[in-house]
Each structure stands twice: as structure tokens, then as C-alpha cells.
Design a protein around this ligand. Structure first.
Ligand SMILES: [Zn+2]
Length: 420
């Protein structure tokens, strides 16, 4: 698979391209999207103040809740769309509810999907079962546009109808699946229930998965048991697909169609490479001008070279939602990250990370309930090492507690600081 020019730009070329796109997007939005002009006027920032991606810090982040209220106050799109409603091609919705405008160019939202499907192993003529919902929400439609560009065949399966979809996959020799990991799993289980051997009776080679968390345990089943190569993508209904996995499966390459910042959700300040924070997106769309839209998702970015040859920076992983995380010594600690760090230790029956304050320093204690006896000193040091590597926060100590000590309803990352 040969890569497009945009996928192999040098770091400097990429920076220049992004800075130019940011400048253009802000200038355009200021003059054509009243909501963006209002936001910039409110903080006294003019388009000429935004010359680079770094300068976006001068503008406040717009949250999903704010977008809902802005749309209510100024229907239907809250002042972010630059063309008359009658010129749109499609209007979808997403939870909120939020109206999602789609403008004239079908590829505006599908461009990153094209890259993602190509990276996932698409070959012309592939028959793709698209199981995202076609009703009101946009993702299934982006997939269809992208498959059209790449010269494939879509079977618009939509959601549900598992038995019928299993038969369709078999009879048509479907090569690829698009949808959520859990629905793919449901289909393959249904196929087995009906007496099929997935590897023998189906031609399913790869899957383009998104829209929900994809635990390593499920990846193991789909890939190793059923032989389906699974590639993830990341996006939101408001912004489209933003990042995709290549076959190296080492993070998700960020498409050049948007700017992704990682910011401290409390201040909106940009964080450095490798630091965990909220994903904030600026679209370069000329018709739907979301400048600094907060996704509420936690992630971190690396720009280390990827073996696939693409030079785009990558989201290392999606670590969870901002609201569930607790900040410890300036770093976000998320329950899912702690769980992932403890996954290699089957001896752990339950855990709770307790954030406290000793002197003027945050403390972090990891409480563990165990299923079996361990050598506590060795076990502690191995666990602490994994926590540090995965969560990038050093825990001070492990406290072994008797089974049943950690209340089931209690938070798995608990903040006990009082700030008195
Ligand atoms: Zn790659």
C-alpha cells in the first residue's frame, strides 16, 4: 500500500501545513460563523492573533454541553455553520441532542475514513458489511462515502438482525466488517451458534472498529480465535473520524483534516507530548467551523516515527472520559488505566487507588485485595513499576487489605484530598 503525500510529510512541513490551516480556519470562521466571532470577541482575540496551532490556547474550549445550549439558543446549528441550511446535503443528529450538518462535499467528513480503511488493508473490490446505524446518526454514511472513493462494495447492514447479517456475510463472501467490536463479537458468536466455523466458512479478513472501548481481552478473541485482523479508529459524531490505526497497531494516526490538541481540561492550556489530557479538536471545514471543541476524551500524543512510514503524530490510546479521572501531581489518573496496569496480575481480586495529601504533596496509595498469597515485597514492586509505566504517575505504596474491604460501590480512583 503506497502512502499519500500528506501521510509522509516531514515534521516541519506538517507543522507549517497545520499552522496555515489553523490560520485559515480561524480567519474564515471569524468572518462567517457568528458563534466563533462571539467567542473570540468575548476574550478580545482577533484572527491576526492566531498565527499558529500554539496560539489557539488564547481561545476558550467549547464543550459538548455548550454546543447543545448554543444550538438551542440559535437553532439549528448555534452559529457554527457558514452556509444556508438549504445548501446542506444531509443533517444528522447525535446525543445531546445535537444537529450535525453535512455540507456539499461528501469527502469533507470521510477523508480520514478513506485513510483509515486503506491503512486497515482495504483492497479494491472488497465487500464491506457496514453495521453502524443508518438512522439519524452520521458514521455509517461517512463509511459509505469512503468505500465509494476506494472502489469497494458496501452491504448496508445497519444494527441488529444478527441472524440475517450472519447469513449475508456467508452468502456474499463479505471480506470486511465495519462497526463496534461488541457487535462483531455478537455476529461471530451467532455464526458459531448456527454451526459455522468462522475461519473456514467465512471470507472475513479484517474489521474497522470504533465508537466504543475495545479491551485487549476482546481483541485477543476476535484476532486469535476468529482470525479477523482488527483496526481501530477514533472520532466523534460532531467531528468525524479523527484518527486511525495502521497495521503496526501502535496508536492511532491523526489525519491532517483537523488539529488535535491535548489540553488540561481545567485551564485549556496545551500539554506536551506524552502528557495525558483532554482531546480538543479544531476542524478545517469551511462550512462547519468548530474551533477548539472539547471531546471530553482523555488521550496522549506521540510523534515518534511509526514503522509503517506515516509521519503523522499518533494518539497513543483513548484512556477514558475526563470526568472519571483524578489529577495526581499534575497527571490524570483514570480508573481504566489503573485496571489496565493491573491486568497482568491475576492475583488481584479488587483494587482502589486512593489519592491523598501529605504535607504539600499528593500521595497515591494502591489498595489491593488478593485471591492468593504472594510475596508482598516483590509483588508490590512489580505492581508499582507497571502503574508508573502505564499511568505515568508514581504510586507511593501498595496496601494489602483483606477480601471484602473495598466497597463495591466505591470509586476505583478515590480522591480524599480536602484542600484545607
Ligand atoms: Zn503507523
Amino acid at each position: 500500500m503506497s502512502l499519500g503525500k500528506a501521510e509522509t510529510l516531514s515534521l516541519l512541513e506538517r507543522q507549517q501545513l497545520i499552522d496555515r490551516a489553523v490560520r485559515g480556519a480561524v480567519e474564515h470562521a471569524y468572518h462567517h460563523a457568528p458563534a466563533v466571532r462571539e467567542k473570540m470577541d468575548r476574550v478580545g482575540v482577533s484572527p491576526s492573533d492566531i498565527q499558529t496551532a500554539r496560539d489557539l490556547e488564547k481561545l476558550p474550549v467549547t464543550t459538548k454541553d455548550e454546543l447543545v445550549s448554543l444550538q438551542k439558543a440559535n437553532p439549528p446549528f448555534g452559529g457554527f455553520v457558514t452556509i444556508p441550511v438549504s445548501k446542506l446535503r444531509k443533517i444528522c443528529t447525535s446525543p445531546g441532542p445535537i444537529f450535525e450538518p453535512e455540507a456539499g462535499d461528501p469527502l469533507e467528513r470521510a477523508a480520514v475514513v478513506v485513510k483509515g480503511l486503506a491503512a486497515a488493508g482495504f483492497t479494491a473490490g472488497d465487500i464491506i458489511l457496514n453495521t453502524f446505524s443508518y438512522h439519524l446518526v452520521p458514521p455509517a454514511h461517512w463509511i459509505d462515502e469512503a468505500v465509494k472513493v476506494l472502489g469497494g462494495v458496501v452491504v448496508p447492514g445497519g444494527t441488529g438482525n444478527t441472524e440475517l447479517q450472519v447469513e449475508i456475510m456467508k452468502e456474499l463472501g463479505v471480506n470486511a466488517f465495519v462497526g463496534t467490536p461488541s457487535f462483531l463479537y455478537a455476529l461471530l458468536q451467532k455464526a458459531e451458534d448456527r454451526g459455522y466455523d468462522v475461519r473456514r466458512d467465512f471470507r472475513l479478513r479484517w474489521a474497522f472498529l470504533g465508537a466504543e472501548m475495545y479491551p485487549p481481552s476482546l481483541r485477543h478473541i476476535l484476532e486469535d480465535k476468529y482470525g479477523v485482523d482488527t483496526l481501530e479508529n477514533y472520532g466523534t459524531a460532531d467531528l468525524g473520524v479523527l484518527a486511525y490505526q495502521c497495521t503496526e497497531k501502535a496508536g492511532l494516526h491523526i489525519g491532517e483534516e483537523n488539529l488535535l490538541e491535548i489540553v488540561d481540561p481545567a485551564t485549556g492550556r496545551q500539554l506536551g507530548l506524552g502528557e495525558m489530557g483532554e482531546v480538543v479538536v479544531t476542524t478545517f471545514s469551511p462550512t462547519y467551523c468548530l474551533i477548539r471543541f472539547g471531546t471530553g476524551d482523555l488521550s496522549l500524543i506521540t510523534d515518534e516515527p511509526c514503522a509503517c512510514g506515516r509521519t503523522s503524530p499518533r494518539l497513543v490510546r483513548i484512556a477514558g472520559r475526563v470526568g472519571d479521572a483524578v489529577k495526581v501531581r499534575g497527571m490524570f489518573l483514570h480508573p481504566k488505566e489503573v485496571a489496565d496496569a493491573l491486568a497482568p496480575f491475576p492475583q488481584v481480586a479488587a483494587f482502589q487507588a486512593v489519592v491523598g495529601r501529605q504535607g504539600q504533596r499528593d500521595s497515591l496509595t494502591l489498595r489491593l485485595e488478593l485471591r492468593e498469597e504472594v510475596s508482598q515485597e516483590d509483588f508490590s514492586s512489580e505492581v508499582l513499576k507497571n502503574i508508573q509505566e502505564r499511568c505515568r504517575v508514581r504510586a507511593d505504596m501498595v496496601e494489602f487489605v483483606p477480601a471484602g474491604t473495598i466497597p463495591e460501590a466505591d470509586k476505583r480512583v478515590k480522591d480524599t484530598r480536602t484542600w484545607e
